[in-house]
Design a binder for this molecule. Structure first.
Ligand code: MLT
Length: 407
């Protein structure tokens, strides 16, 4: 008899953004005359930078010619892309990362979801609350938790983000083995300073733990004193894996390209305490289950690092950050306490009511989709997240409608 992985039965009925999509679509079906503005899932709306499009086209043409055609690419990704990443994203900021420590992939969602399978089932995991749901759900699927009860899975150490700590969780009081962190944070938009990040790295070093650092939104950091990478912090190379993405940085959500950095000095342990290279494990996993990203997409991603590509992707970020500033300003003027939206595309708003009720109210009265904070964990209850990813005109329109709905 074929049996299912019963850990899946512990999961909430559907993935947060699928649930939001379902509710918004049901509302649209019931009210076909209403125009809905979607500021829920963080999905880009602007075209790819011109430099990327040109490189993409050139690479497609290469695939059409027998002399330049390419089959399977190198499993870690093409060196032309990994070299650029190592230099521009890390070495230029004093982070000692080399091209052979970069693994090109099709998304930070996939990588942050898949990475857990190279670690033992019995480890203790610390996960922020509120949190991007992928970290938690993939560990539930892998059987690292007990059942869901009162908004929490048994067996997880929750790192609470609250108004009091500015949504930067305190270090766990107990000893944990694997720690998920995300800055600029999804969903709260909070950012972390170098010295705050240093305390996490020190904790990991002292406890032989490992940090999974999701920096998918690094490009939105405008304050240059803030770290864009965990490797800007002393000692992080030995205890941290970092996830990055071209999705939000250069509009690649539909094109798919990201990368994960696993330094060669990063170690984990066998049950006998023997040291083992995490890079070797991830390489083994990657080579077995993944065939890298298509050649034209990697050429398009490489073009992000050209002079034109840098200027054009910077302009994209500025465009969305103008939306973020507008949302934050308007919601603050309406009397809501907001965080994020300054070095991040997400604005986290204290709605002063149950967050799904706020979601329903905005949808019904304003035709605007947001994300209810409760979907990100118990500490998100009472909050909503508004995403800055949309066209400026739509965001302006959404804010006008919200003002009317709330007045
Ligand atoms: C979000 O809205 O949190 C993100 O767009 C989801 C994702 O990147 O998978």
């Amino acid at each position: 008899m074929i049996r299912i992985n019963e850990n899946y039965l512990k999961l909430q009925a559907s993935y947060l953004f699928s649930e939001i999509g379902k509710r918004a679509n049901a509302f649209q079906e019931a009210h076909p005359e209403r125009d809905i503005i979607r500021l829920g899932i963080g999905d880009v709306t602007r075209p790819l930078p011109d430099a990327c499009i040109k490189a993409f086209h050139r690479a497609v043409d290469e695939m059409a010619d027998i002399k330049s055609f390419r089959g399977y690419g190198p499993e870690q990704g093409y060196e032309f892309l990994r070299e650029k990443i190592a230099k521009a994203d890390f070495q230029s900021r004093g982070a000692n990362i080399s091209a052979d420590e970069v693994f090109v992939s099709d998304g930070a969602k996939c990588d942050t979801g898949n990475i857990q399978e190279i670690f033992a089932t019995e480890i203790t995991i610390a996960i922020p609350d509120p949190v991007y749901p992928v970290y938690l759900d993939t560990n539930v699927m892998a059987g690292r938790t007990g059942v869901f009860n009162d908004g929490r899975y048994q067996g997880i150490v929750y790192l609470e983000g609250t108004r009091e700590n500015g949504f930067i969780p305190d270090l766990p009081r107990e000893k944990v083995d694997l720690i998920y962190l995300c800055f600029p944070n999804n969903p709260t938009g909070a950012t972390i300073t170098k010295s705050q990040l240093q305390t996490w790295v020190d904790y990991a070093r002292e406890n032989k733990a490992l940090i999974l650092y999701d920096a998918a939104y690094d490009a939105f950091i405008k304050d240059d004193s803030l770290p864009r990478s965990i490797y800007e912090v002393e000692g992080a190379r030995d205890v941290a894996i970092e996830f990055r993405s071209f999705s939000k940085k250069a509009g690649f959500t539909g094109t798919r390209c990201a990368f994960t950095v696993v330094p060669k000095s990063c170690m984990a342990y066998t049950s006998d305490g023997e040291t083992y290279s995490v890079h070797a494990l991830w390489h083994r996993r990657h080579a077995t289950k993944f065939n890298s990203v298509s050649y034209p997409v990697q050429r398009a991603a490489e073009a992000v690092y050209s002079d034109d590509g840098m200027a054009q992707s910077e302009a994209l970020i500025d465009y969305y950050m103008k939306n973020a500033a507008l949302i934050r300003r308007e919601m603050t003027e309406l009397g809501y306490e907001c965080i994020g939206g300054e070095n991040s595309p997400y604005i986290w708003i204290d709605g002063r009511m149950e967050s799904w009720a706020f979601f329903d109210m905005l949808l019904e009265k304003a035709g605007v989709v947001c994300t209810p904070g409760a979907g990100f964990g118990r500490c998100g209850e009472g909050y909503i997240r508004i995403s800055a990813f949309n066209n400026y005109e739509n965001v302006e329109n959404a804010m006008e409608r919200i003002k009317k709905a709330i007045a």
